[in-house]
Design a binder for this molecule. Sequence first.
Ligand code: CP
Length: 332
Amino acid sequence: MNNFLATSDFDCSQLETLIQRAIEIKSRKDIGKPLKSKSIALVFFNPSLRTRASMHVGIYELGGNPVILEPGSTSWTLEHREGVVMDDDKTEHLKEFVRVLERYVSAIGVRTFAELKDWETERADPILNAFARYATVPIINLESAMHHPCQAMADMMTIHEKLGNGKKKVLLTWAWHPKPLPMAVPNSFALAAAQFGHDLRIAYPKGYELDEELAEAIVSQASTNGGSLDFTNDIDAAFEDVEVVYAKSWGGKNFYGNYEADILARSQYRASWIVNESKMERTNDAIFMHCLPVRRNVIVSDGVIDSPRSVVIDEAENRLHIQKAIMTELIK
Ligand code: CP
């Protein structure tokens, strides 16, 4: 392992090993201080609770020192494009930022969301990939435009922990939200669920399809790893018989650069695309999952998120354990 950018960079057995390691760490097995005397930079272009706190605590508990940087806020604004004339608002280029930073630290974690302005550009994850291109130390993706692999690994760990080993019937469902959101979480969840061989159903209204190339990768992973995949636009039927309900809202890729059109298009789904008690009754006693933060009574009803079938807090806790497992594997 050199970088941790997307789960698809690893095979299923490598991912399973990480989960076993995270389960051991969670059970308080002493793993010593593998990051002793090492500093790890955490670069946040965007806000965070879980990722920031769990990485900070995880590095500390592994004996290391977290260095938090916020470009454009507590550190300089950053340019990532090659060959640009930097006469606008960007103060420093990523080439210098990364090359300087890695003289101080042993790895760099990066959070850089999609701006939802230009799909063709953003689907290539230009900022994350610039970090990976310029760095010689490991880069850990803490959520980019297209992937949130640490979240997806915590999700897979949580399914394993709650429902045991082996394939499960898993629903990833779009939900209405007042604003278009990035697609990294659904992309990574779907990819990881396929890599772990789950029977995956993805429900979304027409116009909110995943990236075509990514969807092909999910299909291929499902086939390779003994799982299955189906897509549906029927929000009620989608819940039938599933064991896991994973809710997430995302913006339509065809609306990137046209925020108002997405708001208008999604308005018709407000009442119907919410996870509530009546939909959960159609499942096979499913657990409810969400990466958080979540808008109550918008994405999910109070009755579902407060029910015993909701595992969102354990899911968030597992971020800490899986990231410790990833860091101990990556940072030598
Ligand atoms: N799920 C997640 O990544 O949460 P934060 O945005 O709070 O880090």
